[in-house]
Design a protein around this ligand. Structure first.
Ligand SMILES: [Cu+2]
Length: 118
């Protein structure tokens, strides 16, 4: 579930926040007023929310394992518009991951969550 009211009040929450290893399907529902997206990356060594943010307001997506960012569809796209959802299935090994939104400045404003695979 992801949402946001005014300007940069954005948040991301995962239910559940831990699963067994193997294929994991993430369904990202945008309950906010802005476009959002969901990326799955290994947790940074310093913890969730510690990635450097560039001058464009985005993080380095190079280590992304999967992305749901299409309105009403699977996989990458131009963003999940308000009131719609996107999904992606990622094969995850046991470990700690970070779920985040990389629309400009959303990560910097708190749009991330830790996710555990056991
Ligand atoms: Cu967002």
């Amino acid at each position: 579930m992801m949402g946001g009211g005014s300007a940069m009040m954005v948040s991301l929450a995962s239910v559940p926040d831990s699963v067994a290893s193997g294929p994991v399907t993430f369904v990202a529902t945008n309950t906010g007023a802005l476009n959002h997206e969901l990326l799955v990356l290994p947790l940074p060594s310093d913890g969730a929310g510690t990635r450097p943010v560039g001058t464009d307001g985005k993080i380095n997506e190079q280590s992304s394992l999967g992305e749901a960012s299409t309105s009403c569809g699977r996989g990458p796209g131009d963003g999940i518009s308000p009131g719609t959802r996107s999904w992606v299935t990622v094969n995850l090994a046991p470990g700690r991951y970070e779920l985040l939104c990389d629309e400009p400045w959303h990560y910097a404003n708190g749009m991330f969550a830790e996710f555990t695979v056991s």
